[in-house]
Write a protein that binds this ligand. Structure first.
Ligand SMILES: [Zn+2]
Length: 326
């Protein structure tokens, strides 16, 4: 048994604060990893409030971040009703509520405050942990998840709490979240709330329609990506392109490059892509875009009305031949 304790560093502004939840300090909890994978030698003292101190006593975990997560989960469970106030009401609704009766008045006066206190505690991030100025590594926040302004220790906990808060059978919400992805919790909840009925058969029907909907969306997205990245995009270096003067108008190599890379070689193809052209060159300036477009129009027109010139004299004829041969 060791008696040497090490205390985590407490910045001045946090010297009376619980590291877990931000409430006033009561006592430091001596944390010892169990199982002790990292061969921790002596207990680490973590400033705690009375409640978190007591919660810590029943928790056995292998790391400080897991201890913190377990404390948060216990706070979530204990203050579930308070946290749900924010699900069921907004501050204004509560204030303006017409509901009467002494019981409700009492609730109304304190409810929002209770909600904010509970939220503040479960969301409290603590301060970065160091001992004698040396940062303690491996405090992991990667699994944390925020939903509706409240932070959960991970997806499993979030789903568990939100299923209760929104009155959705947990396995059903789990299944929907798995389908739509962890970053679409709001969508998952909305879906569950708007589907008709929670019987096994009804849920199965809803899941099947969700799968069909997601497949449809994925297909539409794929199509859109394909449209935005035309497969005929051709790599052509600016140095391969000759700028030219036609009828006292400069035809910019940049404009020619833009067109040829997209397989555009005729006036009508250019007309179809006019919006894309302007969107691209407006980034430089409006004048640039207009000048380039005008030059390109004159160039393509010349090639169309004078095919002999296009085949024999156009300084870019080899490039056009290459594109048109594709
Ligand atoms: Zn606390």
């Amino acid at each position: 048994m060791t008696t040497a304790y090490q205390s985590i560093d407490v910045p001045f502004e946090f010297r009376h604060t619980c590291w877990f939840c931000g409430e006033p300090y009561y006592e430091s909890y001596p944390f010892m990893a169990s199982p002790n994978y990292e061969q921790q030698r002596s207990p680490i003292l973590i400033p705690s409030c009375q409640e978190c101190f007591t919660l810590c006593k029943s928790i056995k975990v292998s790391g400080l971040d897991l201890l913190r997560d377990k404390v948060k989960e216990k706070l979530h469970n204990r203050y579930e009703k308070h946290l749900q106030i924010g699900v069921n009401w907004t501050k204004e609704e509560l204030k303006d509520s017409e509901l009467e009766g002494r019981a409700f008045e009492g609730f109304r006066d304190s409810a929002w405050m209770m909600f904010e206190i509970a939220k503040g505690r479960v969301n409290y991030p603590g301060w970065p942990v160091s001992i004698d100025g040396v940062p303690v590594m491996g405090i992991n926040n990667a699994f944390q998840l925020e939903f509706n302004g409240i932070i959960y220790t991970g997806l499993v906990q979030a789903v568990e709490q939100l299923a209760k808060a929104y009155n959705i059978p947990q396995p059903y919400l789990e299944e929907v979240v798995e389908l739509v992805g962890r970053d679409k919790l709001a969508y998952a909840i909305r879906f569950c709330k708007t589907t008709y009925g929670y019987s096994a058969a009804e849920r199965e029907t809803s899941i099947a329609s969700l799968k069909a909907l997601l497949a449809e969306q994925a297909a539409a997205e794929q199509e859109l990506t394909a449209q935005n990245q035309p497969d005929q995009f051709i790599e052509i270096a600016l140095s391969e392109i000759n700028g030219l003067m036609l009828y006292r108008t400069m035809v910019s190599p940049h404009a020619i490059q833009w067109a040829l890379q997209r397989g555009i070689t005729t006036l009508s193809e250019l007309a179809q892509q006019e919006d894309a052209f302007f969107e691209h060159f407006m980034r430089d300036s409006e004048l640039t875009a207009f000048t380039y477009f005008n030059g390109l129009q004159i160039y393509f027109e010349k090639r169309e009305v004078d095919p002999e010139w296009a085949e024999q004299s156009d300084p870019n004829r080899a490039l056009f031949a290459r594109i048109e041969a594709r």
